[in-house]
Design a protein around this ligand. Structure first.
Ligand code: ATP
Length: 235
């Protein structure tokens, strides 16, 4: 579903992403770990078509991503740490707006049911987004992904700053979406979350993917050690 082939991003002399090769199947949750500046957001931003690759290719469902490719953009949803919504509109109005922007027309009832699936309490639907917590904004982000029928989800440190309950709720929703075949690429600093939510884990350092593993082949302690060894360049 998602494929990176020798994906490279260079800023002048600086190589932010160095020949990344990655494949994520339908329904798979892939967690990218790595210290600040490792290249995680760069990878996500290229897949989203926000920035062009300097070399190599990013493919979504066999189609090559480019900054102007509306076809790949329509297949994806993006949830960053703080979901960008219109603060003076309500959650429902935001959902309605983003739904229309993606070319979908839904009844109010359908939109409400997407919000419900995303876990947003019905009493908050008509409140202005400026009053929403981080977790509530993310639920609207999930509802937008549902409305778009996104095939791939890109998450950039989505649970950073969420309380454990909100973070757990978020994981449950991602798991449900993955069971429905949605592929997820998530950048995170949360090793425990990567282990619990991810099917596969990659550790990046200085633009390169240094280690890849399936989540259930590694213990929490081993993952921590591996991570530290990679970022300290012991291995
Ligand atoms: N617009 C830019 N111009 C120059 N260098 C950039 C630009 N954007 C990113 N970089 C560099 O690219 C490298 C990778 O950055 P990236 O944001 O992908 O890292 P990251 O793994 O997401 O880090 P973090 O965990 O801090 O979000 C870093 O060295 C960063 O300084």
């Amino acid at each position: 579903m998602l494929k990176a082939e020798n994906l490279t991003k260079q800023y002048g002399e600086h190589i932010a992403l160095d020949r990344l090769n990655l494949e994520i199947k339908a329904g798979e949750v892939y967690c990218l770990l790595g210290s600040n500046g490792a290249g995680k957001s760069t990878t996500i931003n290229i897949f989203l078509g926000f920035i062009p690759a300097s070399d190599g290719r990013a493919l979504i469902d066999g189609q090559e991503v480019s900054v102007n490719n509306a076809a790949t953009r329509n297949m994806v949803a993006y949830i960053p740490e703080i979901v960008n919504l219109y603060p003076t509109l309500s959650g429902m109005e935001n959902l309605e707006y983003f739904s229309a922007l993606s070319g979908f027309r839904h009844t109010k009832q359908q939109l409400q049911s997407y919000m419900q699936t995303a876990g947003l309490q019905s009493s908050a639907l008509d409140n202005r987004v400026s009053s929403y917590s981080k977790g509530m904004r993310q639920k609207v982000g999930i509802a937008i992904a549902l409305v778009k029928k996104a095939k791939a989800l890109f998450l950039d440190e989505p649970t950073s700053g969420l309380d454990p309950h909100a973070s757990n709720e978020f994981s449950q929703i991602i798991t449900r979406l993955s069971e429905q075949g949605v592929s997820t690429l998530m950048a995170t600093h949360d090793l425990l979350m990567a282990k619990n939510l991810g099917n596969r884990i990659g550790i990046m350092h200085k633009g390169r993917l240094r280690h890849e593993m399936t989540a259930n082949e590694v213990s929490d302690a081993d993952l921590t050690k591996l991570y530290i060894d990679v970022v300290k360049e012991v291995i």
